[in-house]
Design a protein around this ligand. Structure first.
Ligand SMILES: [Zn+2]
Length: 122
């Protein structure tokens, strides 16, 4: 079991390498417990990060890697994953706060709640 996990891309591993590769001041928070698709039923592994605006609206962002890829392959693609994640963050932060308020899920503080996840704006 342990031997396999050395090669299989897991959500935790993806989250940790992405977090480690983020630039200083990225302002993103790893959402380790946000896991709507633990089995990777879509054939991919996703790691989730939260971005928060000054208006207190937060968004759930995610990066995705194919579950069939090796860690080496994912690491090679890491710069693109980071770019995608930062682009999602920038798109969220560029929205006017009036839009943020509209997107908010009441009570959750997130723009995507349990019933509306997995669809980051791209
Ligand atoms: Zn805002």
């Amino acid at each position: 079991m342990k031997d396999d996990s050395a090669h299989v891309v897991s959500r935790e591993w993806l989250a940790s390498v992405v977090a480690a590769a983020l630039p200083d001041g990225h302002g993103l928070v790893p959402l380790g417990r946000f896991n709507p698709d633990p089995r990777g039923s879509s054939g991919s592994v996703r790691a989730y990060f939260g971005a928060r605006c000054d208006c207190t609206t937060a968004a759930v962002l995610s990066v995705e890697a194919s579950a069939t890829k090796s860690k080496l392959e994912v690491e090679a693609a890491l710069p693109a994953l980071i770019r995608t994640l930062l682009a999602q963050r920038d798109a969220f932060l560029r929205m006017p706060c009036s839009t943020h308020q509209r997107l908010r899920v009441p009570g959750s503080g997130f723009t995507g709640g349990a019933t509306n996840q997995g669809k980051p704006t791209s």
